[in-house]
Design a protein around this ligand. Structure first.
Ligand code: AMP
Length: 423
């Protein structure tokens, strides 16, 4: 900890700094690339929304809404919340802009950004975290559920991740879910549970299945499962998704107890877990949310989507020892000796950058020894070195930082020479 400032990042948050920040950018890019290739357009929504959007859209009975939202009242008296998740905002934006009108459904959107939840911080669980998300709005088609799952799998695979598993379930629809819900409530009411959990039975009984405590899990052994209560349409839909996943080369595990923290999910529900992460093992999740649009005042728009955790994907890469093959931040580093060389090399560096070469230089009149250290630390392949005598000869020295060889190149040929050496 530095004592240069008395301020610290707030509890449960961390700063992304070089060089690790480059890994985060690459992960965001890799996780979104498959969706971008599949017709999903970029959407960006505000970092805060009306509290009501989340309490209605995510659900009054969820932990996210009851315990984890950062809310504030503006000077004008408006109640806002920092966004705890992306789906409600994206659907709100699509409805507001009438993207769903005109018959071009589904509306496919992807996004990436910061999310905020007032959670108890621990490894892999933060109060400020980052997700990449994708939503396909306004179509009910098992192909679409499958498409999204395949896109997520391809994103993880493209990073070189192998130790993740896909858990799959269905939550039924508005026909069969209520019947199951009632059967589950009957069962749960007979168990020995604490006051808060008993309340949860009445508002959101499916969430009780998700309780991590051993004392609760032990009692759930004989709980009724949604699979035994599905209507024909939901059964058929789920079978199709399972078949399509298999045909796409995606392995999955049926998890009849998988529910999600959010109230609006129907039918297909899935989660990606990574076994190298300890208790916060979910690296992504999603599902179908056919009822959400109506819940926030829109028309019936059956939709499906996912959100993948960027922070936890980075942790998963670390746990597997995968190092991403990132492009060098700097290809060329210029080391001037003297005032005239500073000006000349600055011009050369500018030309290099304009020609697409990542170039940097020593600033602030530092010693040559010191500047060479920075050149080596920058990861650059070449140093450009120039002193008074070089400038008098109209050249700069190009030094291969790995091999050590050095040769003079005419000033007006530096850009071409560097580019050909970089290949
Ligand atoms: P959820 O909306 O809860 O399904 O979250 C989707 C994904 O975001 C999860 O699978 C995690 O990878 C990630 N995530 C959710 N909450 C947090 C958090 N507090 N800290 C870090 N990552 C999170």
């Amino acid at each position: 900890m530095s004592d240069e400032t008395s301020f610290q990042a707030p509890k449960g948050t961390f700063d992304l700094l070089p060089p690790d920040s480059a890994v985060f950018l690459a992960v965001r890019d890799a996780l979104s690339a498959p969706a971008r290739r599949a017709g999903y357009g970029y959407v960006e929504t505000p970092g805060f929304e009306s509290v009501g959007l989340f309490s209605r859209g995510v659900g009054e009975s969820t932990d996210i809404v009851t315990k984890e939202m950062y809310t504030l009242t503006t000077k004008g008296g408006t109640e806002l919340a920092l966004r705890p998740e992306g789906t409600a905002s994206v659907l709100r934006a699509a409805l507001q802009a009438n993207l769903h009108r005109g018959g071009n459904l589904p509306v496919k959107l992807w996004y990436s950004g910061s999310y905020y939840r007032y959670e108890r911080p621990q490894a892999g669980r933060y109060r400020h975290f980052s997700q990449v998300g994708a939503e396909a709005i306004g179509a009910e088609d098992p192909l679409l559920d499958t498409e999204l799952i395949v896109l997520a799998v391809d994103g993880y695979r493209s990073l070189g991740l192998t130790g993740f598993r896909l858990l799959l379930n269905t939550l039924g629809d508005r026909e069969c879910r209520p019947v199951y819900r009632a059967a589950l409530q009957d069962f749960l009411r007979g168990l020995d549970l604490d006051e808060e959990t008993r309340r949860r039975i009445e508002i959101n009984p499916l969430r009780v299945l998700d309780d991590k405590r051993e004392s609760v899990q032990r009692q759930l052994a004989g709980a009724p499962l949604i699979g035994d209560h599905l209507c024909e349409a939901c059964k058929e839909y789920h079978e199709q998704v399972r078949d399509l996943l298999t045909a796409s080369g995606v392995a999955f595990e049926d998890d009849p107890r998988l529910v999600r923290g959010l109230d609006y999910y129907t039918r297909t529900t899935f989660e990606f877990v990574h076994d190298g992460l300890g208790s916060q093992s979910a690296i992504g999740g999603g599902g179908r949310y056919d009822g959400l649009s109506e819940m926030i005042g829109g028309p019936s728009l059956p939709s499906v989507g996912w959100a993948l955790g960027v922070d936890r994907t980075v942790l998963a890469l670390r746990s597997e020892g995968v190092a991403l093959d990132l492009p060098a931040a700097t290809d060329v580093y210029a080391v001037p000796m003297g005032e005239e060389a500073r000006r000349t090399l600055f011009t050369v560096v500018t030309e290099l950058r304009r020609a697409g070469v990542a170039a940097d230089m020593a600033f602030g009149g530092r010693s040559v020894k010191n500047a060479m250290k920075s050149a080596n630390r920058s990861g650059a392949r070449f140093a450009l070195i120039a002193g008074e005598r070089d400038l008098a000869d109209g050249v700069v020295q190009i030094k291969d930082l790995a091999g050590g060889e050095q040769e003079p190149v005419a000033l007006n040929e530096v850009v071409a020479a560097v580019k050909s050496r970089l290949g």
